[in-house]
Design a protein around this ligand. Sequence first.
Ligand SMILES: [Ca+2]
Length: 404
Amino acid sequence: MVWHGWGGARFDGSTWTVYDRSNSGLPSNSVQAIGIESDGTKWFGTDDGGVARYDGSTWTVYNTSNSGLPSNWVNSIAIESDGTKWFGTYDGVACFDGSTWTVYDESSSGLPANYVHAVAIEGDGTKWFGTDGGGVARFDDRSWTMCNSTNSDLLFDYITSIVIGSDGTKWFGSERLVRFDGTTWTVYDPYDSGIHIYTRIRSMVIESNGTKWLCIDQGVVVHYGGYVYPVADNAEWLDDSHWRATYDVTSLVPRDTYTISVSGAQGTDGMEIPPDTRFGFSVDYAGQITDQTPPNPPVVIAGGVEGDASSVEAMWSANDPDSSITGYRYAIGSAAGATDIVHWTNTSRSSIARSELGLIDGRQYWLAVQARNEGGLWSASGYSAFVAGQPFHRVFLPVVVRSP
Ligand SMILES: [Ca+2]
């Protein structure tokens, strides 16, 4: 029996059953997490709908207005051997023992970031949390330990999934697969490991025989030189049978002939698209592009607008010592690195003013900017935090008049 997200879908080995808002008690059609208790009761974590419990006949919804759940955006669920549920949310971790809710967040605990993507529990009851911007937190019910890019070899502070093997080995999903055996961190490089992952690992499952299954943001891929390049940027359905995504051809992509292959694709109506449809194309450049390193991360200044909490103003600059900057993209989120307010948006300008973003007065948000160079390579993000409704402080230098 398989349960998976996007509404809830049940597969008994031969028949798929789809549960959504129209035919069940699910409070949202966007299901981010599923937990199954030993008695078969299912828990669904949703986007903006809180948590739904389904015992096979009755749906019960827990949200911020009827329970101690701190956020209605629930990214992950883990269930302890004693039945206690742990939920990773946009606003910290919630623990529910069946009667009492306990919330752990940045202000009340050692949790390094309130935006929690992943929760996993070890055999001895130790909890592991993957956060957005804060790396990994370990909690043994008494004390908190943090692992991040500055105090460990984790390399990534944006952790989207965690699983723990039967031998206690932890596997963390980010933009790479990371393994931690309790002493040593191993980051699987896509060029060396054969694990050709270029996008985030959304979730992972380990089979009893040790086989790992990784769920990644990937639909259409290009095969070249033994590697698989997912075409996943700007992905959207145009209608029930047409899906569009883009891939930036950069100076790292050699001149050559390439093939796009599509397999296992389904339309939004569930209709299977003919497998392995192949389409060839070639990459060529008009001139010689030599810059094969990305620009430096932009320096960003962002601020709110006094009297208009929903607006933001920002400016930035970036440089690349080898080639010129050809464009930027920015994103706005409720955490460093998050894009939940404004998804990545391209612009040729080095400043923006955006309004009607639904920001909450006095709350802190982050604006991230990446720069692109002539080689088509994007920099790492430069960030600026800002508080809605509070402008950044412009510094006016005094005019000095020199006497003749
Ligand atoms: Ca460069």
